[in-house]
Ligand binder design. Structure first.
Ligand SMILES: N[C@@H](CCC(=O)N[C@@H](CS)C(=O)NCC(=O)O)C(=O)O
Length: 337
């Protein structure tokens, strides 16, 4: 074997081969923006302000991908999608990625031609009721009418829970998010079930939020995160590593305010993340400043969380499971090396 060939094989074995652009990255570069499928309006995750600008943790995920690809977080567009529309929009290529509270499940990963990339919010399914109903435990909902959106794992987990507990309920199935919230507020159902983060978001939009309670108990685990089409690993990697960059940046103390100062850091981890030690961006098929651009323009995961969901936001959700692993949470960025 000649020397060149063995060097190339060694590089491959050590995972140092250079990236191949896949069809999605090529198409995204050609059109000049990333098209993200988002939910139709959940406070803290993806909601639109009076000026028509979108904000939220899932919007920041989309902006991070745009920053990784273009060094410009503004090069993205969003397509609001209901629970029923979301997967077909990704399958058909109408959107490049779903950055929309979708729970990865085995069936979704194996039957839709799509694949869950990562988890950007660890959630659980819960139930909200009107305080005056006086319900404290899920079991007390035997025989209740429950509002739920179709095409969700929420719908399936709800049925499973009642069956497993030998209790009954009557589903009120409504596709549109604002309609279901209105139906619940109008008393058309005794309870509304969804991911707890969305129940919290819905509660902020109700006339008297304090009149409603989210029960402590959980119906199911519901990790939430971005999804892409199967068969395009280079795009999958860009989405996955955009989130990892935000997580790693928080872990290594790099944020939007200090990222320029951190360019002088002598910590090899920081240098690899920021591209002052080159190579990581190139491996991913993007610029070596990809993560620098994410951190500078979007912020690290903790910044995005605080701004959109944290105690200073209307959502007031403690970090909980979404804290960094060092702080007892599940957020554990993969090594950028
Ligand atoms: N995580 C669950 C449910 C996600 C979900 O879509 N929830 C609804 C319930 S609040 C929602 O996002 N509604 C907002 C919308 O349709 O825009 C899933 O992936 O099936």
């Amino acid at each position: 074997m000649n020397l060149l060939r063995s060097a190339a094989l060694l590089a491959l074995a050590c995972g140092l081969g250079s990236a191949h652009a896949g069809p999605t990255l090529d198409a995204v570069k050609k059109k000049g923006y990333v098209q993200c499928g988002v939910s139709t309006g959940i406070q803290g995750f993806s909601s639109v302000d009076a000026k028509g600008a979108w904000h939220g943790l899932d919007i920041d995920m989309c902006r991070a991908i745009a920053a990784a690809v273009f060094n410009d977080a503004s090069r993205h567009k969003v397509t609001p999608l209901t629970t029923q529309q979301r997967f077909t929009a990704l399958q058909s290529g109408e959107v490049d990625v779903l950055t929309r509270n979708a729970t990865p499940t085995l069936a979704r990963d194996t039957t839709l031609g799509l694949i869950g990339v990562a988890v950007n919010y660890y959630d659980s399914q819960g139930v909200m009721v009107s305080r005056k109903l006086g319900v404290k435990r899920l079991r007390e909902l035997d025989g209740a009418t429950i509002c739920v959106q179709p095409g969700t794992v929420t719908e399936l987990d709800l049925a499973d829970w009642f069956r497993a507990n030998s209790l009954s309920f009557k589903p009120v199935v409504i596709e549109k998010y604002d309609e279901i919230v209105r139906a619940f507020a109008a008393g058309r159902c005794d309870a509304f079930t969804s991911d707890k983060s969305q129940l919290a978001a819905s509660r902020t939009t109700l006339e008297r939020p304090a009149d409603y309670v989210i029960l402590d108990e959980n119906i199911a685990k519901t990790p939430l995160g971005p999804m892409v089409r199967q068969g395009d690993e280079s795009w999958f990697n860009i989405v996955r590593w955009s989130l990892n960059a935000m997580l790693e940046a928080e872990e290594f103390g790099i944020g939007s305010a200090n990222v320029d100062r951190m360019l002088d850091s002598r910590n090899p981890n920081v240098q690899r993340i920021l591209g002052t030690a080159p190579g990581m961006g190139r491996n991913l098929g993007v610029d070596d400043k990809w993560a620098y651009s994410i951190i500078k323009q979007v912020g690290n995961y903790g910044e995005s969380y605080e701004a959109n969901l944290g105690m200073s936001s209307p959502m007031r959700l403690p970090r909980g499971l979404n804290a960094q692993w060092r702080d007892g949470g599940l957020m554990y960025g993969w090594p950028i090396r």
